[in-house]
Design a protein around this ligand. Structure first.
Ligand SMILES: [Zn+2]
Length: 320
């Protein structure tokens, strides 16, 4: 029986990789685990970045000049933008959150001698999904349209070229705030997976089971997961609740919280203003699996992921 890859029982304790200990002969893959993916410890990948050439997003598919700024203070330029439906008559809004960005690369894989950064793949898929959904009659709000964080960063938000834990926390809160301010009907957070064993691959999707709309969360997650597995032909690793991530999070508060910040319930002082619409976090492919990283880094692969997500969203929302 398959289990979520990030369930603590399945994941060995992780040590931070230091620059001196990394060798290109040691492995073709640079591994940062799902927990890094979700909670981001960018220092892990600094060593890798210094060794291999970075590869940017496959294509600039930022959906055009028609963007409007969602009213929300404290966001970066290019963050929290709204895009009208192609026909201009949409009634439902989809919030698309490409995970990570800027100083936070997310997980890092390698294929064909190039790094594959989760933040780039997520943005490539997210912008393609935005175009598909707008063409399908939906309004779209994107948490970010550039290689940046969502929250505007201050001097105290970075240390040694990486986001602080506090900044990562507030950046995730800002994404939920953007979804709320954008009056989204549904939230789709796009991430990609990683694991120590490069043979591991497949698709998994997370939702929160403790919200008033938990049944809707589950239905959304299931629709997205089903469409992804069908569209990509990947191993179905299943739909899981976010508490099953069981993450050894960055702070005591996060550990006590036990949910994804973007999806989870309110918790005083940690998540004061949670997302107010059904949401799910997808992990369509493993960037530490060479074949899946190759697919994820290609334009055609990102289009396939986006098309599958559109199918899942449409199944969930019905016709716009
Ligand atoms: Zn991630």
């Amino acid at each position: 029986m398959t289990r979520p890859i990030a369930k603590s029982a399945n994941v060995a304790a992780r040590t931070r990789r230091r620059q001196g200990s990394w060798s290109p002969l040691r492995s073709a893959l640079i591994v940062a685990l799902l927990l890094t993916c979700v909670f981001s410890l960018p220092t892990i990948v600094d060593a890798a970045r210094s060794v291999l050439p970075a590869r940017g997003p496959v294509a600039d598919t930022t959906p055009g000049q028609v963007a409007g700024q969602v009213t929300l203070s404290g966001v970066q330029p290019g963050a929290c933008l709204s895009f009208p439906a192609g026909d201009g008559h949409s009634s439902k809004t989809v919030f698309i959150d490409p995970g990570h960005g800027g100083l936070d690369p997310g997980v890092v894989g390698v294929t064909g001698g190039h790094q594959v950064l989760e933040k780039d793949v997520a943005l490539g898929v997210g912008t393609r999904l935005a175009t598909l959904l707008r063409d399908g009659g939906y309004r779209v709000v994107m948490s970010r349209t550039k290689d940046s964080s969502v929250m505007e960063l201050g001097p105290s938000d970075t240390i040694a070229g990486a986001l602080t834990a506090s900044a990562e926390h507030r950046d995730l809160l800002m994404r939920a705030a953007c979804a709320n301010a954008g009056a989204a009907s549904v939230l789709v957070s796009i991430h990609f997976d990683a694991f120590d064993d490069p043979a591991v691959g497949g698709t998994e999707t997370f939702y929160d089971a403790e919200r008033p709309f938990a049944a809707e969360n589950r239905r959304l997650a299931t629709d997205l997961q089903t469409a992804l597995v069908a569209g990509l032909g990947t191993t179905n690793r299943g739909v899981w609740t976010d508490d099953q991530l069981a993450a050894p999070t960055l702070t005591a508060s996060g550990s006590l919280y036990g949910h994804l910040i973007e999806l989870g319930p309110p918790a005083a002082g940690w998540v004061d203003n949670p997302s107010q619409m059904p949401g799910a976090l997808v992990e369509p492919l493993f960037l530490t699996n060479a074949a899946e990283a190759s697919l994820a880094s290609s334009s055609s692969g990102q289009q396939r992921v986006a098309a599958a997500l559109k199918t899942g969203v449409e199944k969930y929302l019905g016709h716009p």
